[in-house]
Design a protein around this ligand. Structure first.
Ligand code: FES
Ligand code: FE2
Length: 433
């Protein structure tokens, strides 16, 4: 369980809160590229870290992310006109560029220089692989944009959806750090190659290790005589879970990253981004899209009990609900808007959840102590991540993953040697034989 104060510390993300300040030091997804598809297309509402914002793509294709409420008297710029390199408020016609400069104040006298005295809220953005990211922190602290592998592959090798979650980001994120629920929540009574293994062993052995980017999570299941099934996933600061979702065992062609971005304290955006390393994505791989309405809310949601079908629950799958996306939403949203973790009872299967909370709490502490939290990128030479990889593999029972997959440790080893010392060395240090 987590004491109430720590729960508050992790889940309150508005401006000025400790966790909110940590989140503001990173590039976070703000919206999908498809929401403002072309120059001068209509603006889109953005809710991020408790702030009310509007995004627009100007005449030159540059992206603005500005305060929703006009600097004049507060009318929503969502209704504004996106015209000639600026967004114009419909009330008195004030016009703003992507940097928040006031370009025009037509209701003021022609010789007025009032517009030069006002600056509107505006945040830097970066578009990559179908997502528009934003940085909401102090300008002088802006980090490099992370050069993750999935931002480098061709756009048609990727897919992305987003949907609103009616709960704190942390509930969603914790679900990504919990491999054991695969064997229960997502269970079907019709076997696929991975599902048969998940069912065979519903109590995986967990290993977690802190890295320079976050936490690597290793879940090992028994997979029949002489075999083990190892699943590597990653928590990447501050809101990303990397998982081999939809990839059968030994399928190494890319993975998925699921990001849980705070909308406010009690809502979050779930972004599901997948990529392939060697080929274009096929339409059926974007199966989540048909679960999400045009307003980015799930069709199956708390208001309709996720359209749970009790007959289906008896015969087809464990939940009686269609699609993993909705299983996860039902499990995490039904905890309540912000779950009171002082009431929980954590078991061995929650080892990874505990490790991720600890990592996040340490990041909060670091910033409070005047240090930078981890995985804020300053050095271009270190802005590459061969050691962030997520996959599942069947191995002989006696095989050791560190030897087999040493690329996972090659870079991170330098950052945190203690965590990467071979097991034999650690045993010697601990005085064991
Ligand atoms: S409120 Fe926007 S121009 Fe007056
Ligand atoms: Fe899940």
């Amino acid at each position: 369980m987590l004491p109430k104060e720590q729960n508050e510390l992790l889940t309150r993300i508005g401006p000025g809160t400790p966790m909110g300040e940590v989140m503001r030091r990173y590039w976070l997804p703000a919206l999908l590229s498809e929401e403002i598809p072309e120059p001068d297309s209509p603006p889109a509402r953005v809710r991020l870290l408790g702030e009310e914002l509007v995004a627009f793509r100007d005449t030159n294709g540059r992206i603005g992310l500005v305060g929703e409420h006009c600097a004049h008297r507060g009318t929503s710029l969502f209704y504004g006109r996106n015209e000639e390199c600026g967004l114009r408020c419909i009330y008195h016609g004030w016009k703003f560029d992507i940097e928040g400069n006031v370009l025009d104040t037509p209701a003021e006298p022609p010789d007025s220089d009032f517009k030069t005295k006002v600056k509107h809220t505006a945040y830097p953005t970066h578009e990559a692989a179908g997502i528009i990211y934003a940085y909401l922190g102090p300008r002088q602290k802006i980090p490099l944009f992370p050069n993750y592998e999935w931002n480098q592959v061709p756009l048609n090798y990727t897919y992305v959806t987003k949907c609103l979650m009616e709960c704190s980001y942390l509930q969603g994120l914790e679900g990504e750090c919990d491999s054991s629920h695969l064997s229960l929540l997502h269970q079907t009574f019709v076997d696929g190659p991975a599902r048969a293994i998940w069912r065979l062993d519903s109590a995986p052995a967990y290993e977690t290790e802190e890295t320079d980017f976050g936490v690597r999570l290793i879940a090992t299941r028994k997979a029949g005589p002489g075999r083990q099934y190892i699943r590597f996933s990653s928590f990447v600061m501050p809101v990303l879970g990397g998982v081999p979702a939809g990839r059968p065992p030994d399928e190494l062609d890319g993975f998925e990253v699921h990001m849980y971005v705070p909308y406010d304290d009690t809502h979050s955006w779930r972004y599901d981004f997948g990529f392939r390393r060697t080929r274009a994505v096929e339409p059926q791989e974007v199966h989540r899209r048909k679960q999400i309405g045009p307003d980015y809310r799930r069709i199956r949601n708390a208001a309709n009990n996720y359209l749970q079908d009790r007959e289906m629950q008896k015969k087809v799958n464990f939940t009686g609900i269609e699609d993993f996306l909705n299983h996860d939403a039902c499990a995490t949203e039904s905890m309540g808007p912000i779950y009171d973790r002082s009431k929980e009872h954590l078991g061995s299967s929650d080892k990874a959840v505990i490790a991720v909370r600890k990592y996040l709490l340490n990041a909060v502490k670091a910033l409070q102590d005047g240090k930078e939290p981890p995985h804020i990128l300053r050095d271009p030479a270190k802005n590459h991540f061969p050691h962030i990889d997520c996959f599942a593999h069947l191995l002989p029972a006696e095989a050791r993953w560190r030897e087999r997959f040493d690329f996972l440790t090659a870079t991170a080893q330098k950052e945190n040697p203690a965590a990467y010392a071979p097991a034999e060395k650690k045993a010697l240090q601990a005085g064991e034989k």
